[in-house]
Design a protein around this ligand. Structure first.
Ligand SMILES: [Zn+2]
Length: 304
């Protein structure tokens, strides 16, 4: 109990420090004109900002959506982006695509009402094995695993060992997490929303590059089967957990009916440069940062 509390305090202190430092860096970027230059550079190319968010606060979500809308950005859907690559269909200038990874319960109150208010489409990439439990193992590791089963240790294990450690952690934690995931019923209800596309984030949110080819196939195919059973639509796109990607893994995806994938990568999707629908790069919007940092990161006016 004491070590758990110390772990929670250490995590909270780390988050606050990085928020303050992040804001300070962002204001330097803005004051020196770097964000404005990044926006002008974006306009000179056929580029899309593909955003990956997880569990952002309502305040940050509202600020970011309104900031981009006020500057003429158009939020496009997954289908729009894939059509732009496959069929060379033109996207609006300043196109931006939002993906919510993991499927957090908080999305229901912090994000979804704002998407509906503005008619903004989004992709929801879930790990259905985790959705069933309504708990994400990285959260359990963060909240209950410190120090021996900390996230940093688990994510680096070969996947069979990671799975066994997560099962032990689930038992010892009493299956409680302060940050829960959406339930299966939530996902079913969201799938009926015309703004939402439910996609594949791996069955158990494994780090793909720590899986054997068979383990990876199982992660992808099992997730597809469950999501199709819940939503009536089989996913066609895989979103690599932790952005842990390799071209060899992409080659296995069609065996599970998947013909597109996304990584992290911290780059824009360049429609004149990107070949095929695999490994689409995304830029992360962290959960609880300032608008200044969020906009600097999404426009790539950041430290590189
Ligand atoms: Zn994830």
């Amino acid at each position: 109990m004491v070590t758990e509390r110390m772990g929670t305090l250490a995590t909270a202190a780390r988050r606050l420090t990085r928020k303050v430092v992040g804001a300070a860096i962002a204001w330097v970027m803005i004051a020196t004109g770097r964000r404005a230059r990044s926006l002008r550079a974006l306009d000179r190319h056929r580029r899309v900002i593909c955003v990956v968010a997880h569990n952002p606060t309502r305040r940050l979500t509202r600020q970011v959506l309104e900031w981009f809308l006020a500057r003429g950005f158009v939020f496009v859907s997954q289908g729009d982006v894939l059509d732009a690559i496959r069929k060379r269909r033109e996207l609006p200038k300043r196109a931006i695509w939002l993906v919510l990874d993991d499927g957090w319960k908080g999305n229901l109150t912090e994000v979804l009402p704002l998407l509906r208010q503005h008619g903004i489409p989004a992709t929801l990439a879930i790990s259905p094995g985790e959705t069933r439990l309504e708990i994400a193992w990285p959260t359990l590791a963060d909240e209950h695993g410190w120090p021996a089963s900390s996230f940093a240790r688990l994510v680096d294990l070969p996947d069979a060992e990671r799975k066994a450690a997560c099962a032990r952690l689930l038992e010892s934690s009493g299956r409680t997490a302060r940050r829960p995931l959406l339930s299966v019923e939530d996902v079913k209800a969201l799938a009926a929303d015309r703004l939402i596309t439910v996609e594949n984030h791996g069955y158990s949110h494994a780090c793909s590059t720590r899986c054997t080819p068979d383990e990876f196939r199982d992660e992808v195919c099992a997730a597809n089967r469950l999501i199709e059973a819940w939503t009536g639509r089989g996913p066609t796109m895989f979103f690599y957990p932790f952005g842990a990607w390799s071209p060899e893994l992409d080659e296995l995806l069609p065996e599970c009916g998947i013909d597109a994938s996304a990584t992290s990568g911290n780059r824009f999707l360049d429609l004149d440069d990107h070949v095929g629908t695999m490994a689409i790069p995304r830029i992360a919007l962290l959960d609880d940062i300032t608008l200044a940092e969020g906009t600097c990161r999404l426009l790539r006016a950041w430290i590189r």
